[in-house]
Design a protein. Structure first.
Length: 139
């Protein structure tokens, strides 16, 4: 999946502009990098297109630990909403759209490995395969 395809899919799912989708995507991926192990974030980044991978790879100074921080979905959405230029009302839909699109953009195994590090409540916000989104060939 190319960068533009990822952003367009997020925009469509979250019903936002592509600019808003890009902002929601970067905030969600950065928050995900806080929530999963550094190794798992790197594995996901490796499968994402240029422009998206950096949000998982280049940790700011406060995210230098190998171990994930433990917080649930509500806190995850709050952290995304706290990013500058994010409309709080869009954060939940944005997280849902980005995680659903991420599932399409990376291999099933990598996505499942990342999901295994998150509470079960995260699975409840991801659209079922085929629900409004495209299934990646070979998935």
């Amino acid at each position: 999946m190319e960068y533009e395809d990822f952003i367009n899919a997020v925009a469509t799912r979250a019903k936002v502009s592509t600019d808003q989708a890009a902002t929601l995507t970067s905030a969600t991926l950065e928050t995900l990098a806080d929530r999963i192990s550094a190794g798992q974030a790197e594995d996901l980044a490796y499968q994402l297109p240029e422009g998206l991978d950096d949000h998982l790879r280049k940790p700011p100074p406060h995210r230098r630990e190998e171990h994930a921080k433990s917080f649930g979905l509500e806190e995850f959405v709050r952290r995304v909403a706290d990013h500058p230029a994010i409309d709080r009302a869009l954060a939940g839909a944005g997280v849902r759209a980005v995680l659903t699109t991420l599932r399409e953009a990376v291999s099933r195994d990598e996505f499942e490995d990342a999901m295994a590090q998150l509470p079960k409540e995260f699975r409840q916000v991801i659209e079922p395969v085929g629900a409004g989104g495209r299934q990646r060939p070979g998935s």
